[in-house]
Design a protein around this ligand. Structure first.
Ligand code: AHR
Length: 504
């Protein structure tokens, strides 16, 4: 059996664990909101119509920050449509997803839902097709205590306390030709700077996210970040990164190394942001808001969309089934590994959002009138969110390497650890397609410890999934191979697996 050796040293601190790393994303898209989190007729629904079975799962998932209401949706959204008496709210066409938006869930309801889940709200404003004044109006409605037209309107609508939203996205994926009102980097950089400056006139402590590229594969990637930041650097706090991964042409080896690409992506964006900062002689650093990341079978989605384009164009449906990817064990291993990378980059990644939360490329699935269940990808996210605490430690990894077609050389084993006063968490992946790997983790540098939990997600069938018919087909299991002797933790990692170990 191949072997790997990892050394953990308490001194090798990268940064504190940032709780916002465990963020998520709710977009008015498909069934994420309607029949996902909101289904008034459902047996578990509360007075607002929110499914409490889903709330329970979101709490278990451990989402800390939720980006809302889009996504591409936000670029056609008039926020005023979604407040006040529900019977008066207009139905609109959502061009981004070619569907109907009933506006039955809006800011005030969503904020109430967030309270049930204990997560923080991160709001996006429509920079693409609206402007500065609607953004300021939304800010006034959301955050101003009372005594102004829009704050009093919120109070009259039943929300006396301000929502006090700290993080705001200045639009979404503004470089993408699919975006309603997409812009050039020059135009967007100027629009974002003006919007940000005005929003900070209202509240200088807001944390503003300017749009980076919608992916590192965009032809303008790099130049986009540079140009946008040259215009907006002084006014914004974070730049966004978005990345979706999938298996291409059956190449599982490359797919399992997706985290290598994510790491390189973060490096590039940080270097570009710092380059602009140095040029401006600024002492300020722009950190990353990785506000969309996941596995998404986008290629298949685009192909089926093209094949169905006539039928799709003829119909405007409310909450259609869209982007309902069903995730495999291999997908969960990649999601777990991407989250490990975000943790490892806590020095510059301030916040992240798994896209999305329910039904739409999501860790949680629901059936209308029926159950809610956990996808395979739910587990690495929820366990990492629960165990990661204190400071992120850079592990020294000695492991076999392998060559991938898409991401060059990759280590068969990847790892990260977090250390708090009285607990340590170690997260590991084995990317080998066929072989288990025996891993020794030297924890002598962390003081005395005992293992309190060791779980592994793996399956003889790496394509096994959880479905409505078999919702518990894939669950993490205790890894009984774990031992701790003389400060060395030993564990066998099955092929294509994700593992978490908690020590006290
Ligand atoms: O998460 C799905 C979509 O992916 C979002 O709406 C958009 O921002 C991205 O292209």
């Amino acid at each position: 059996m191949p072997r790997a050796h990892i050394t953990l040293d308490r001194q090798a601190v990268i940064a504190p664990v940032r709780r916002r790393t465990f963020g998520s994303f709710v977009e008015h898209l498909g069934r994420c909101v309607y029949t996902g989190i909101h289904e008034p007729g459902h047996p578990s629904a509360n007075a607002d119509g929110f499914r409490m079975d889903v709330v329970e799962l979101v709490r278990e998932l451990g989402s800390t920050t939720i980006r809302y209401p889009g996504g591409n949706f936000v670029s056609g959204f008039r926020w005023e449509d979604s407040i006040g008496p529900r019977e008066k709210r207009p139905v609109r066409r959502d061009l981004a997803w070619h569907s109907l938006e009933s506006n039955q869930v809006g800011l005030d309801e969503f904020a109430r839902w967030l309270k049930l889940t204990d997560a923080e709200l991160m709001l996006a404003v429509n920079v693409a097709t609206r402007g500065i004044l609607p953004a300021l109006d939304l800010l006034e409605y959301a955050n101003h205590p009372s005594g102004t037209a829009l704050s009093d309107l919120r109070v009259a609508n039943g929300t006396p306390e301000p929502h006090d939203v700290r993080m705001w996205c200045l639009g979404n994926e503004m470089d993408g030709p699919w975006q309603t009102g997409f812009m050039t980097a020059e135009d967007y950089g100027k629009a974002a700077a003006r919007t940000a400056a005005a929003m900070k006139m209202a509240d200088k402590d807001l944390e503003l996210v300017v749009c980076g590229s919608s992916g590192s594969g965009m032809p303008t990637f790099g130049d986009w970040e540079r140009t946008v930041l040259e215009h907006s650097y002084e006014h914004v706090d974070y730049i966004s990164c978005h990345a979706y991964y999938q298996v291409h042409d059956g190449d599982l080896g490359s797919f399992l190394a997706s985290a290598v690409d994510m790491d390189y992506f973060i490096d590039t964006v940080v270097a570009t942001a710092d380059h602009v900062g140095y040029k401006k002689r600024s002492s300020k650093k722009i950190d990353v808001s990785f506000d969309e990341w996941n596995v998404w079978y986008l290629k298949e989605h685009q192909e089926s969309q093209e094949a169905n384009s006539e039928a799709v164009n003829a119909e405007w449906r409310h909450a259609p089934r869209q982007l309902e990817d069903v995730y495999t064990v291999a997908d969960a291993v990649v999601v777990g590994n991407l989250l490990m990378t975000l943790l490892k980059r806590s020095d510059r990644v301030a916040s992240a959002s798994l896209a999305q939360l329910v039904n739409v490329i999501a860790p949680i699935m629901t059936e209308p009138g029926g159950p809610a269940w956990r996808q395979t990808t739910f587990y690495p996210f929820s366990i990492t969110s629960r165990l990661a605490a204190g400071e992120v430690i850079r592990p020294l990894i000695e492991a076999p390497m392998y060559t991938t077609a898409r991401h060059g050389e990759a280590s068969v084993i990847d790892a990260v650890a977090t250390v708090d006063e009285d607990r340590v968490a170690v997260f590991l992946v084995n990317r080998d397609l066929t072989q288990a790997v025996q891993v020794a983790v030297d924890v002598r540098g962390l003081g005395s410890a005992r293992v309190v939990e060791a779980v592994t997600l793996a399956d003889a069938d790496v394509y096994a999934k959880n479905t409505l018919a078999e919702p518990q087909r894939v669950v993490p299991k205790a890894n009984s191979s774990v031992t701790l002797a003389d400060g060395v933790l030993s564990i066998e990692l099955p092929p294509v697996s994700w593992t978490a170990i908690a020590l006290r």
